[in-house]
Design a protein around this ligand. Structure first.
Ligand code: UDX
Length: 429
């Protein structure tokens, strides 16, 4: 099938390469000419496991190409995916600027298009957006939804860092459809994917995405709350999580307690759902607490550190700055808040991350960054591990000997072999 994808970010590009590898002819559209050229040379503009190799392959065998020409891409496509960002605007609202612009651009293409095609919203949008925002803009082309073109909403559940694998091996595929004809065509795209496929209405598909992320975030805040209790009891929340997770109705995943969730999705999506519910006259108090608990969780490590020492003029190593390992993304990362708090308390911060230093420098330019974790630990009064990068598991006794006081407070569960008396967990002993 001929597929065009508008937006070549963390969703659009893995989806494009993934669909091309399934034999579809994919055209990726972006307004950024440099990015388009880079893709056409087979180079990957974002860091995602496995994506550079696959992209090179599908570009060289002509299954995928990139362009800045939306009109052309729409004219020749059976299916057009909208995969542009919907970042948080203010206290929770998402901005629809990019999705509106993309819809207008696609409408210009539809105007000149001969024959039927389906426009699919892949961007994360709150319920009713596809019907009330996207379709009216598409119909400005003079063409009519249902009759001249179809519309679907096909949310994406991929995680940063494993985006390609998540796209190729999804737990499920959800297709929200305006009508049967639209859904039938989009279902064909996924005919050789090995995953349950569910067809729903447009609003249902939009809400499935938000409700999924909100429930996962709820699991994390829940286990962090239980973890804070475990800390008081002097017991290990991971043992408790293992015990809970053996119940097949609950399941063990997303019960890893730590310094709070971050990233570009959970904080944004939970807030957006709270805000959207308000517009519908519904208060989502549970979700408000999920966010509240998460905000508090991000302050716990510094609170625990203060119980250990007077912080003024101390040197503290902060290890792990990205919101999770294997990405340079620091959006909503607990490390941002932790460094702010330490600075306020007159602490000298030595920070290290394998990938995210340059990004953190934009927010905290005035702290010391080191080239490796050993340099951060050296002469520090304590270390905080905020993100569990695998390399931190190599920290050993020799590293600890170089610290002024050999104390590591773990915001994430580590697997290194250092004496237990030198470490304390955020929600474990
Ligand atoms: C998430 C969803 O998993 C994905 O389906 C959606 O499409 C986008 O949002 P992502 O933000 O990339 O993906 O990362 P994820 O691995 O889900 O982690 C999100 C945050 O939760 C991270 O800060 C992580 O450290 C934290 N987390 C995750 C926990 O604190 N405990 C857990 O058990 C799992």
């Amino acid at each position: 099938m001929n597929i065009s994808i508008i937006g070549t970010g963390y969703v659009g590009l893995p989806a494009g390469a993934g669909l091309a590898s399934h034999g579809h002819n994919v055209t990726c559209v972006d307004i950024d000419e440099e990015k388009v050229e880079e893709i056409n040379r087979g180079r990957c503009p974002i860091y995602e496991d496995g994506l550079p190799e696959l992209l090179e392959e599908v570009v060289s065998n002509r299954q995928l190409k990139a362009t800045t020409d939306t009109i052309d891409a729409v004219k020749n496509a059976d299916v057009i995916f909208l995969a542009v960002g919907t970042p948080m605007e203010n206290e929770g609202d998402i901005t629809l600027d990019y999705i509106r612009q993309a819809s207008k651009d696609v409408a210009n293409g539809l105007e000149q298009k001969e024959g039927y095609g389906v426009v699919v919203v892949k961007s994360t949008v709150v319920p009713t957006t596809t019907e009330e925002e996207v379709i009216p803009l598409l119909e400005e082309s003079g063409k009519k939804a249902r009759k001249d073109f179809g519309v679907c909403m096909n949310p994406e559940f991929l995680r940063e860092g494993t985006a390609l694998d998540d796209f190729l091996n999804p737990d499920r595929i959800v297709i929200g459809e305006l009508d049967n004809k639209s859904g039938d065509l989009v279902e064909k795209i996924y005919s050789d994917f090995d995953a349950p496929l569910m067809r729903t209405g447009l609003k249902e598909a939009e809400l499935i995405k938000y409700a999924s992320n909100s429930l996962l975030a709820t699991k994390i805040s829940f286990i962090n709350e239980i973890g804070n209790l475990c800390k008081e009891l002097g017991i290990d929340v991971y043992e408790v999580a293992d015990g809970i997770g053996l119940d097949s109705r609950i399941e063990r995943s997303f019960l890893d307690s730590g310094a709070g969730f971050g990233g570009s999705c959970f904080p944004k999506d939970v807030r957006a759902l709270i805000k959207f519910s308000e517009t519908q006259g519904e208060k989502t108090e549970l979700l408000e607490k999920v966010i509240e608990t998460n905000v508090k969780q991000k302050t716990k490590l510094v609170e625990q550190l203060e119980k250990e020492m007077k912080l003024k003029e101390k040197t503290i190593a902060v290890l792990g700055l990205s919101f999770k390992p294997k990405t340079d993304d620091i959006r909503q990362s607990p490390a941002i808040n932790i460094i702010s708090e330490l600075k306020e308390k007159n602490v000298e911060v030595k920070a290290y991350d394998p990938k995210a230093v340059e990004n953190m420098k934009e927010i905290h330019p005035d702290i010391n960054y080191t080239d490796n974790y050993q340099h951060a630990l050296k002469n520090s009064d304590a270390a905080l591990i905020v993100t569990d990068w695998p390399e931190f598991n190599q920290i050993n006794r020799e590293d600890l000997k170089k610290m002024k006081r050999p104390l590591i407070l773990e915001g994430r569960r580590m697997k290194y072999e250092v004496p237990k008396e030198n470490t304390k967990g955020i929600t474990w002993p």
